[in-house]
Design a protein around this ligand. Structure first.
Ligand SMILES: [Zn+2]
Ligand SMILES: [Zn+2]
Length: 387
């Protein structure tokens, strides 16, 4: 099949949409302009149904095939939100909003799924129904979860769901995927350590929370090295260490640590949560202080279903002739919630060389568009073929 000719024709249009979205980045659930732009285009393409306000600013479009006798319904999902980063790309269509930029390429994802929606609404060369899903708040807000909680899967009878993310470092328009656990569960935690403050020259009169906190930082690394199965990855990172004093001569009363846990299985996720509390409480007790842990569950492990992954590979190969096995990613992905509700698959498409996502110099590569759009269209047409 290779890249569909129609996407070569639409390439300039889709690029213009992408750059327009890029210039107007919106964070988390605040994707008002982007959602309106998406809804307007879906209406203009002649979608059978366009619904806004699913999961606050999410948008859903429905495209029925020339036949629907198969009863199949496939969901295709893109994310729309930007990041709180000040853009340093220097491109002429750079962000007009200080402190916000499309540094993860969700502008490209939205534009590519719009391009696919236009093509699918024009051709409708499939037996079934396509539901295009545009979600807000992928970057930590759980917009995908909110769309699921709003009953999206049942309301439109979605049976399978597919997602795509651009990937810097992978050749432009090439694909990579893995079956099973792909992206990590991303949980956060606060640790509050309480001791007894006092004069820095009289430590014997204090219970020093900085010493307890330091021991905790080191001991938490044993969750990965001593507690977890070595072939089941877990990352524990302390990302903030703050004391209740900033004087040179005061031992503080309190220390507040922040961090994140990344795991690839439910068992290790539960183990890490339990060990966090045990280690902190145990170390604090050893020194005569106290430590409490607040654990904030984030995105679950994103698990690609086997059958749908095989199918996604087949479509990727038909577009670009190859599909690599992707490595495990310890980053999180909100699409995990949709994959908990329905079988499906999430693929990455090469963005070529350049800055990594979440970097101020990152930019989505518009040359990826024909391959990305063709994969979307192929998912619909090949999963629900006309007989
Ligand atoms: Zn991101
Ligand atoms: Zn992203």
């Amino acid at each position: 099949m290779a890249v569909k000719n129609r996407f070569a024709e639409l390439h300039n249009d889709i690029t213009a949409w992408r750059r327009d979205i890029h210039q107007h980045p919106e964070i988390l659930f605040e994707t008002h302009r982007t959602s309106a732009l998406v809804a307007d285009k879906l209406h203009a393409f002649g979608c059978d149904e366009v619904v806004t306000g699913i999961g606050r600013t999410g948008v859903v479009g429905v495209i029925k095939g020339n036949k629907t006798a198969s009863g199949k319904v496939v969901g295709l999902r893109a994310d729309m939100d930007a990041l709180p980063i000040h853009e340093e790309t220097g491109v002429e269509y750079a962000s007009l909003t200080d402190g916000a930029m499309h540094a993860c390429g969700h502008d490209g994802h939205t534009a590519m799924l719009l391009g696919a929606a236009q093509y699918l609404a024009e051709t409708r060369n499939f037996d079934g129904t396509v539901v295009v899903i545009f979600q807000p708040a992928e970057e930590g807000g759980g917009g995908g979860k909110e769309m699921c909680d709003a009953g999206m899967m049942d309301r439109w009878g979605i049976q399978e769901v597919y997602g795509m993310h651009n990937w810097p470092g992978l050749a432009t328009g090439q694909f990579a995927i893995r079956s099973g656990p792909f992206f990590a569960a991303t949980d956060q935690f606060d640790i509050y350590v309480t001791g007894k403050g006092g004069h820095a020259a009289k430590p014997n009169d204090t219970i020093d929370p900085t010493v307890m906190g330091s021991q905790i930082v080191m001991a938490l690394q044993t969750i990965s090295s001593r507690n977890a199965d070595p072939i089941d990855p877990v990352v524990v990172s302390i990302t903030s260490f703050e004391t209740s004093s900033n004087a040179y001569n005061v031992i503080p009363q309190n220390v507040h640590l922040k961090g994140t846990v990344r795991t690839m299985s439910k068992a290790t996720r539960a183990l890490a949560e339990a060990r966090l509390s045990e280690v902190c409480a145990g170390i604090a007790a050893t020194f005569g202080g106290e430590a409490t842990v607040e654990f904030h569950p984030g995105y679950p492990v994103m698990v690609n279903s086997e059958e749908q992954t095989e199918f996604a590979i087949e479509v990727a190969k038909s577009v670009s002739g190859q599909c690599d096995e992707a490595p495990i990613v310890m980053g999180g992905e909100d699409f995990a919630f949709m994959l908990e509700e329905r079988p499906g698959a999430y693929i990455v498409v090469g963005n070529g060389e350049g800055a990594m996502v979440h970097h101020a110099e990152y930019n989505f590569n518009d040359e990826t568009i024909p391959a990305g759009c063709s994969w979307w269209a192929g998912i619909a047409e090949q999963r629900m073929p006309m007989t």
